[in-house]
Design a protein around this ligand. Structure first.
Ligand SMILES: Cc1ncc(COP(=O)(O)O)c(C=O)c1O
Length: 411
């Protein structure tokens, strides 16, 4: 920290100049997170920048907006709610916090059941695919739950439901399925998982259930694949997380977790505080946070409506196709993403004798593009892929430009 103050204009200039060296968020094709919102929403967010969300008594309208968001998202996910029933869920900083909370609810419910049965409850485990995002590894380590991962294999990069169900035992707190794998955008088969698990529960007398990590897919599937059954329509799905800041179309800092019903969120995890005024139930890992993201989510939901989200998601899917076809035409890539899934294109080189995927990533960086290259998890770690995430602000012209730059950089 410097000894003396400097004029505000100088401080601004120094920081602004240094930040120019950051990448351009709009060309950051690595991220699922929203980088553009309408100016009207920016205005609402700036107006709320000094509001602490947790001061619910002081900002009751903001709290009401979060509750409306929870309700809208729960209905979108087909939560079995009566006409006047309110949904059970909460806004979080992102899907990671949402997953910690959902995981804790499963762990506590399992422990309570085991205690009541007089059985040991010190070795909980969770079954996932090896393709899970790092937040699941964090959950497992921070909250002392063994992570049992179904291994991938070349050509199959998501959790195999048959193998997952085989791994379930009496200590399994839940199986976590991903709607939109981070690695290739593919939707896992939650319906098949549900059916196989129902069968196993019937045979064993257990009641193992499912959490769906719909960080990306939760705001895609309801709009462009409405017939796909992955949500609370399936009886074993007890909770779902989604990132508001991914295809929920809000800047970084908002996620959601929704429970099927009150019974799925153990009451002892909810804290009641009253020092800010009235009784405030809170179930989050942190306390203070900004209110802007909640307001922005509410803006997007009412501004776009079902129709608006559907148009945007269709557009993203179409642009993903343009890019996929452009890359296929080069004859140099294998596409490892699927047409149904998160609108992204994941691809690997057919021949990497001239350059590998990491070199392609570095070459594209010279043109300003940020396209990550990474290796797949076990047992497909020998496969390296590049991934371009198609967001709302990634136009078809940019998709064509990216292919042209690839040619320029490698010819
Ligand atoms: C499938 C999946 N789950 C969880 C996360 C973590 O989400 P967040 O960044 O909102 O904490 C991600 C992030 O990319 C993801 O892709």
């Amino acid at each position: 920290m410097p000894e003396n103050s400097i004029p505000k204009e100088a401080a601004y200039q120094i920081i602004n100049d240094e930040l120019m060296l950051d990448g351009n968020p709009r060309l950051n094709l690595a991220s699922f997170v929203t980088t553009w919102m309408e100016p009207e929403c920016d205005k609402l967010m700036m107006a709320a920048i000094n509001k602490n969300y947790v001061d619910m008594d002081e900002y009751p309208v903001t709290t009401e907006l979060q509750n409306r968001c929870v309700n809208m998202i729960a209905h979108l996910f087909h939560a079995p709610l009566g006409e006047s029933e309110t949904a059970i869920g909460v806004g979080t900083v992102g899907s990671s916090e949402a997953i910690m909370l959902a995981g804790l609810a499963f762990k506590r419910k399992w422990q309570n059941k085991r205690k009541a049965e007089g059985k040991p409850y010190d070795k909980p485990n969770i079954v996932t695919g090896a393709n899970v995002q790092v937040c699941w590894e964090k959950f497992a380590r921070y909250f002392e739950v063994e992570l049992k991962e179904v291994k991938l294999r070349e050509g199959y990069y998501v959790m195999d439901p048959v193998k997952a169900v085989e791994m379930v035992d009496e200590n399994t707190i839940c199986v976590a399925a991903i709607l939109g794998s981070t690695l290739n955008g593919e939707f896992e088969d939650v319906k098949l998982l549900n059916d196989l698990l129902l069968e196993k529960n019937k045979q064993t007398g257990w009641d193992t259930s499912i959490h769906v990590d719909a960080a990306s897919g939760g705001f895609i599937a309801p709009f462009i694949y409405p017939e796909l059954e992955w949500d609370f329509r399936l009886p074993l799905v007890k909770s779902i997380n989604v990132s508001g800041h991914k295809y929920g179309l809000v800047y970084a800092g908002i996620g959601w977790v929704i429970w099927r019903s009150k019974e799925d969120l153990p009451e002892e995890l909810i804290f009641h505080i009253n020092y800010l005024g009235t009784d405030q139930p809170t179930f989050t890992l942190n306390f203070s946070k900004g209110a802007s993201q909640i307001i922005a989510q509410y803006y997007q939901l009412i501004r776009l409506g079902y129709e608006g989200y559907q148009n945007i998601m269709e557009n993203c899917r179409d642009n993903a196709m343009v890019l996929k076809e452009g890359l296929e035409k080069t004859g140099r890539f294998n596409i490892v993403s699927k047409d149904i899934g998160v609108p992204l294109v994941a691809f690997s080189l057919k021949d990497n004798s001239r350059h590998d995927e990491f070199e392609v990533s570095a070459m594209l960086r010279r043109f300003g593009w940020i396209v990550p290259a990474y290796t797949m998890p076990p047992d497909a770690q020998h496969v390296t892929v590049l991934r371009v995430v198609i967001r709302e602000d990634f136009s078809c012209t940019l998709a064509e430009r990216l292919v042209i730059d690839y040619h320029k950089g490698t010819s």
